[in-house]
Design a protein around this ligand. Structure first.
Ligand SMILES: [Zn+2]
Length: 167
C-alpha cells in the first residue's frame, strides 16, 4: 500500500487514545517504508543539488541496492516480532502503537505483486512472497479510499459523540 494510507491506518486503528498515541501510531505505520525509502530519497535530493548540471543524473546514481535490503528487513513479521519483544522488555508492557507496523506488513502482503516490492514477510526464514494485486491498481486503490473514509467517519463520529453528547 502507499505510505500515506499506511500512516492513516496506523493512526485511526491504533492511535485513537490521545495526541501522543496518534503520532506514535502514524509513525509506526509509515516506518517500514520510511526506513527503506526515506534515506535514499534524502541522499538523492542532496545528490541532485550537488551533482553536475543534470538534475536527474544525481538521483539515478544514488538509487542503491540497499533499498531492497532495508525493505526486506522492515517488511518481515520476524523483524516486527523482535522489535515488539524488545519494546515490551524496555517499557514492561506491549507498545500498542507498534501494532501499526504489523498492520503495515499485513496490508502490504496482498497489495504488492511480484513485479513491485512483493512483501518478504517470512524473511529470513523463507523467501516466499505472495503475488498480490498492486495497490496502484484501481481495484485496490478505490476500495482503500472507501475503507479509510469509513474508518475516519467512525472515528470522528465517536469523537463528536464523546465531546458534545456525553458531556
Ligand atoms: Zn510497505
Amino acid at each position: 500500500m502507499d505510505i500515506i494510507s499506511h500512516g492513516l491506518y496506523g493512526w485511526v486503528v491504533f492511535g485513537n487514545k490521545n495526541k501522543k498515541q496518534f503520532r506514535l501510531s502514524a509513525a509506526f505505520g509509515v516506518l517500514p517504508d520510511f526506513l527503506a525509502f526515506g534515506f535514499p530519497f534524502a541522499v538523492g535530493i542532496i545528490a541532485m543539488l550537488s551533482w553536475d548540471g543534470n538534475m536527474f543524473s544525481g538521483w539515478y546514481h544514488t538509487q542503491p541496492n540497499y533499498i531492497h535490503y532495508i525493505y526486506n528487513v522492515t517488511h518481515s513479521l520476524i523483524t516486527w516480532a523482535v522489535v515488539f519483544g524488545a519494546l515490551r522488555l524496555i517499557y514492561k508492557k506491549p507498545v500498542k502503537a507498534s501494532f501499526a507496523w504489523l498492520l503495515h506488513i499485513l496490508i502490504d502482503i496482498p497489495t504488492h505483486s511480484l513485479a513491485f516490492f512483493a512483501t518478504p514477510f517470512l524473511r529470513p526464514i523463507s523467501n516466499y512472497r505472495f503475488n498480490g494485486i498492486a495497490w496502484s491498481n484501481r481495484v485496490i486503490f478505490i476500495p482503500n479510499l472507501i475503507v479509510l473514509a469509513i474508518l475516519y467517519s467512525i472515528y470522528f463520529y465517536k469523537k463528536y459523540r464523546k465531546n458534545y453528547i456525553h458531556n
